[in-house]
Design a protein around this ligand. Structure first.
Ligand SMILES: [Zn+2]
Ligand SMILES: [Zn+2]
Length: 279
């Protein structure tokens, strides 16, 4: 069993979600990964021991551990509330051991208190998929029609929020993935089809969760003038060359900071329900 160093908590794991990034780690696609490593970065558990200097958690308290596990606190990114971009950041289940274990340790400053109303298994996906979905959704802006490329964990949360806010969601899955398209419709998508199809109307914004570079020019071609395309994955295959026309005609391509690191710990990046004492 790991023992908590100063500033760390020992966590007895109750639930740990599965994220696409875990597969990137296992497949060796993230160059920063430290092997061997215990993957898993959507951890919900209870505090089983306190390291020196941890005063804000109690033994037995429920705690959530996200992807971003440590940052330097001194660089320009950390000092401007963008610690998810810190060059020295450490990541749960990637450069530090994660949650597919009975116990894990975590820096208490990067731990959350999941809202009581969610069970352990419900709260776990919020710690990565929920964070990414929220952040990408916010970057897409206050728009009426929004396309989602890749309908996995983050998308299924984001689609429900978007729908709740009155936005029209168009979901793109792998061509021929009828099951995925049915799921997208169940989650509130107005329309669902293959990524090789055109949406029924122009998109105000598109969010790409799929790790597929060729989707960037595809999405750009489907957003209207002045629209925005947000790349929200932690990893993506190479983006092919594309004619300037589709960029000129559609507007902006934003690499969401979540594409560098899929979660942020600044409280402004979190859904209100997830904000903790860290403010
Ligand atoms: Zn993740
Ligand atoms: Zn830093």
């Amino acid at each position: 069993m790991p023992s908590p160093a100063a500033g760390q908590i020992l966590v007895k794991v109750h639930a740990c979600g599965v994220c696409r990034t875990d597969l990137h780690v296992i497949d060796g696609e993230l160059k920063q990964t430290r092997y061997p490593v215990v993957p898993g970065h959507e951890i919900v558990g209870e505090v089983a021991a306190l390291g020196d200097g941890v005063g804000d958690f109690r033994l037995g308290e429920r705690v959530g551990i996200p992807w971003l596990g440590w940052t330097c606190g001194k660089c320009r990114y950390c000092l401007s509330g963008r610690e998810n971009l810190c060059d020295f950041a450490r990541f749960t289940g990637c450069t530090i051991d994660g949650g597919y274990a009975e116990f894990t340790v975590a820096d208490h400053r990067f731990a959350f208190r999941p809202p009581e109303k969610y069970g352990d298994a419900e709260a776990a996906p919020l710690l990565c998929a929920g964070l990414i979905g929220h952040r990408a959704h916010r970057m897409a802006g206050d728009v009426e029609t929004i396309g989602i490329y890749g309908f996995g964990a983050a998308a299924h949360i984001m689609a429900q929020v978007a729908r709740h806010q009155g936005q029209q969601v168009f979901a793109f899955t792998r061509p021929g993935d009828g099951e995925g398209q049915a799921f997208a419709r169940e989650m509130g998508a107005e329309w669902a089809g293959g990524s090789d199809e055109a949406p029924p109307e122009e998109l105000d914004a598109a969010v790409i969760f799929a790790p597929v570079g060729p989707l960037v020019p595809t999405a750009l071609a489907h957003v209207r003038k002045g629209g925005r395309v947000v790349a929200a994955g932690v990893h993506m295959s190479d983006i092919p060359g594309f004619p300037y026309d589709i960029l000129w005609a559609s507007g902006r391509f934003n690499r969401s900071p979540t594409s560098r690191v899929p979660t942020a710990t600044s409280s402004s990046a979190l859904p209100k329900a997830l904000r903790s004492k860290r403010g």
